[in-house]
Design a protein around this ligand. Structure first.
Ligand code: GAR
Length: 221
């Protein structure tokens, strides 16, 4: 079974959604190890609750950022990890990890990329005044939130939204699409061609039907 190595920096609610999906058997993958760059990350507690190995790797122990990622790559490779998951990992991943796991590092971002990359995607969204936002799971490349997009989900931005309210609405979708992206990967259904990720259909499955669109404010409001 595919082994996941999860990198996190904080709360770890996405990590939890992946643990839950793995334990339910619908992921086709198991969580092998959690790596944190912050010893007070609540994600550690979640790993302990589920008997998942966890490692704190302190970036300050390394002479360079690259060396930090060399160490992470070695720990993950040594455990047979096949897919690396950035679940609220607040660092730009460097080449040594990407070279060790080519098109095998996935990130979640709380905006519809390529809009609003980087930190505080949700408050950037509100400040800009867009009417639809959401979240994106993508493969990681050397840029900041620039890699090939795997799956996105949209939510309306409401007139009285605060950063907290919008973040909560986006987060509940994050918890759905991240496990979904991992499932598609573990089923061998993601094909990457340049920037484009194609999701292969299962045998006998119908072509994707265009679903109802999200218009905000709604038509006729
Ligand atoms: C999530 O909203 C995730 O999309 C975001 O951090 C939060 C982590 O929450 N990631 C980024 O902004 C990456 N640029 P969590 O620790 O509860 O999963």
């Amino acid at each position: 079974m595919l082994k996941l190595g999860v990198l996190a920096s904080g709360r770890g609610s996405n990590f939890q959604s992946i643990i839950d999906a793995a334990e339910s058997g619908r992921l086709g993958a198991s969580v092998e190890v959690l790596v944190v760059d912050n010893p007070s990350a609540f994600a550690i507690k979640r790993a302990e609750n589920h008997n998942i190995q966890h490692l704190f790797i302190n970036p300050r122990d390394f002479a360079s950022k690259d060396d930090f990622f060399v160490k992470i790559a070695a720990e993950l490779k040594g455990r047979g990890v096949g897919l690396v998951i950035l679940a609220g990992f607040m660092r730009i991943v460097r080449k040594p990890l990407l070279d060790a796991f080519p098109m095998r590092v996935m990130n979640i971002h709380p905006a519809l990329l390529p809009s609003f990359p980087g930190l505080h995607g949700q408050s950037q969204t509100i400040d800009y005044g867009v009417k639809i936002s959401g979240c994106t799971v993508h493969f990681v490349d050397e840029g900041m939130d620039t890699g090939p997009v795997i799956i996105q989900a949209a939510v309306p931005v409401l007139p009285r939204d605060t950063e907290e309210k919008l973040s909560a609405r986006i987060l509940s979708l994050e918890h759905k699409i991240f496990p979904e992206a991992i499932r598609l990967f573990s089923e061998g259904r993601l094909e990457v061609e340049g920037r484009i990720v194609r999701v292969k259909k299962r045998s006998g499955q119908n072509e994707l039907e265009p679903e109802a669109s999200l218009v905000n404010p709604p038509l006729g409001y």
